[in-house]
Design a protein around this ligand. Structure first.
Ligand SMILES: Cc1cc2nc3c(=O)[nH]c(=O)nc-3n(C[C@H](O)[C@H](O)[C@H](O)COP(=O)(O)OP(=O)(O)OC[C@H]3O[C@@H](n4cnc5c(N)ncnc54)[C@H](O)[C@@H]3O)c2cc1C
Length: 471
């Protein structure tokens, strides 16, 4: 008999509870990953994200090989096919237990329940662990026993619970070499071919951990002051690694606490402010786990479901291409289109612009972000979009409409971020670049603004107030 660790959003050997559990069983351990290309398409995953995962699998296979654990990678279209594939693999490898890290989207939860039933019919157990989060959904509840819907009390409860999770990260498993000759799934060359090019983001576990340590040692102290300036290399840029579980929030927390024992819980300090962002991630994932509306594309606040968004394909396309005539928005969208990542402050500005100034359905923005982001994750992407559109729980109030020009002046004062991504405007001075005159735009072949910011802000507030009805 043997154990099978089915990797999903926990592509690491360190601090991996499934591997740790399996290695204590004393039985042979196999790893597997099921590539579900059609499912990825259905869920709008970006080509860069897919490429990152496939490259990461090549690296993970080597890292597991160093622990004498083979990683079997198979292609199987979608979730329905993955059920049959997994069952067949278990029977072939004589597996008595499959170990998974819980996934929280509705479709993933439903898939796992079907698999549990299928495996049980063969007397194979499916055991689920918390690998994406430090604190599992449901562990933290309000005084009324309900899931938290508001961030601040959630983060307080989360921090209060930390003592229970205060242990060093789990080490890598060490299985004695086993003599296994498996002729299953894709080999390294086939995997690399499928990835179609190397990821521009580091994929090796040690490289990512070095990056994390470097950030915590050298950058996190300034995080609170610098994180909102998109042209500063002030944030960690670890979101893709976290989204795919190349390291865990427990590993990050452990390093943070070791380095800044007196500061890491204080949100006014750099380390504490960064921890808060990790907690936002945990907050959004626990919402995804507990409110099906998020997976179903519904707004979180039911009273906002009556909103009639405009249908304006030209405006949507201008936004997608970074040709709205609002420099900071165009810079952000072009950054996204080019490297699959956008700075958080600019994500908020672009999302507010789409949903408030253009009055377009935030789901169009959510979908487009997902189709481009390397760190695309349903929980955080949906959370960010519903926050910006004021339809989410604990969202920006509906009358808060970012003014992209003043945001740009404040957070990109010299215009360097705009200059970097909107090459037409590269010659402009800091005084001109945030809102060039019509003559300058014409000369530089840069579009006129597609919407009047002042008028559209006023209209958005009026429409939001008029169209939202309480239950
Ligand atoms: C409209 C919109 C869409 C977004 N979509 C995603 C997404 O698909 N995937 C994603 O990982 N993040 C998303 N975010 C959150 C945030 O923008 C990114 O996590 C962040 O920009 C990543 O950069 P970083 O790794 O340098 O972050 P850092 O500032 O170094 O933060 C550390 C980590 O904390 C987490 N984090 C930071 N800010 C947030 C936040 N506001 N919400 C949730 N987690 C956060 C991320 O895992 C991040 O890597 C979105 C935000 C908005 C406003």
């Amino acid at each position: 008999m043997a154990k099978l660790v089915w990797f999903r959003h926990d592509l690491r050997t360190l601090d991996n509870p499934m591997l740790s559990y399996a290695s204590h069983s004393g039985q042979p351990i196999y790893g597997c990953y099921l590539i579900t290309t059609k499912q990825w398409q259905r869920q709008n995953h970006s080509p860069l994200r897919n490429q990152y995962v496939l490259n990461r699998l090549c690296a993970l296979r080597q890292e597991l090989h160093d622990c004498h654990i083979p990683l079997i990678v198979k292609s199987c279209d979608d979730y329905d096919h993955s059920i049959d594939e997994l069952k067949a693999l278990c029977l072939k490898l004589n597996i008595d237990e499959v170990l998974i890290g819980a996934e929280y989207g509705l479709w993933e939860r439903q898939r796992d329940e079907k698999i549990r039933t299928e495996l049980a019919s063969q007397s194979i157990q499916l055991s689920s662990f918390t690998s994406q989060l430090l604190i599992a959904p449901g562990e933290l509840v309000t005084g009324k026993g309900l899931p938290y819907r508001v961030f601040t009390p959630f983060s307080k409860a989360w921090k209060a619970q930390l003592a229970l999770h205060d242990h060093p990260p789990l080490s890598a498993p060490n299985q004695a070499p086993i003599n296994i000759n498996i002729d299953e799934g894709l080999d390294n060359e086939e995997l690399a071919r499928l990835a179609d090019g190397e990821s521009r983001w580091p994929v090796a576990q040690q490289q990512v951990l070095n990056h994390l340590s470097h950030f915590i040692k050298n950058k996190v102290s300034d995080y609170q002051q610098s994180r909102d300036f998109p042209n500063e290399p002030a944030t960690s840029r670890l979101s893709a690694a976290l989204a795919h579980g190349v390291f865990s929030s427990a590993q990050a927390l452990y390093l943070l606490k070791q380095s800044y024992p007196n500061q890491y819980l204080d949100p006014k300090s750099g380390p504490g402010c960064w921890l808060n962002e990790l907690i936002w991630r945990e907050f959004y994932i626990q919402l995804l786990a507990q409110f099906d509306a998020i997976s179903q594309g519904l707004t979180f606040k039911s009273e906002t479901r009556a909103i009639k968004w405009d249908n304006n394909p030209q405006a949507l396309s201008a936004w997608q291409q970074g040709k709205t005539g609002i420099p900071i928005v165009d810079a952000g969208m072009r950054q996204l289109n080019e490297i699959g990542w956008m700075h958080n402050r600019v994500r908020m500005i672009c999302a507010s612009f789409l949903s408030k100034n253009l009055w377009l359905d935030w789901r169009e923005g959510e979908k487009y972000f997902m189709s481009k982001l390397i760190d695309g994750h349903l929980a955080s992407n949906n959370g960010g979009w519903q926050w910006s559109a004021s339809t989410g729980t604990d969202a920006a109030p509906y009358f808060r409409v970012f003014n992209p020009v003043s945001q740009s002046q404040k957070f990109d004062p010299k215009g360097d971020y705009i200059r970097r991504w909107v090459s037409e405007l590269a010659s402009l001075s800091p005084a001109q670049i945030h809102e060039p005159s019509d003559e300058v735009r014409q000369k530089l072949n840069y579009p006129l603004a597609i919407v009047n910011l002042k008028q559209s802000r006023k209209q958005a507030i009026e429409r939001f107030a008029a169209q939202t009805k309480s239950d």
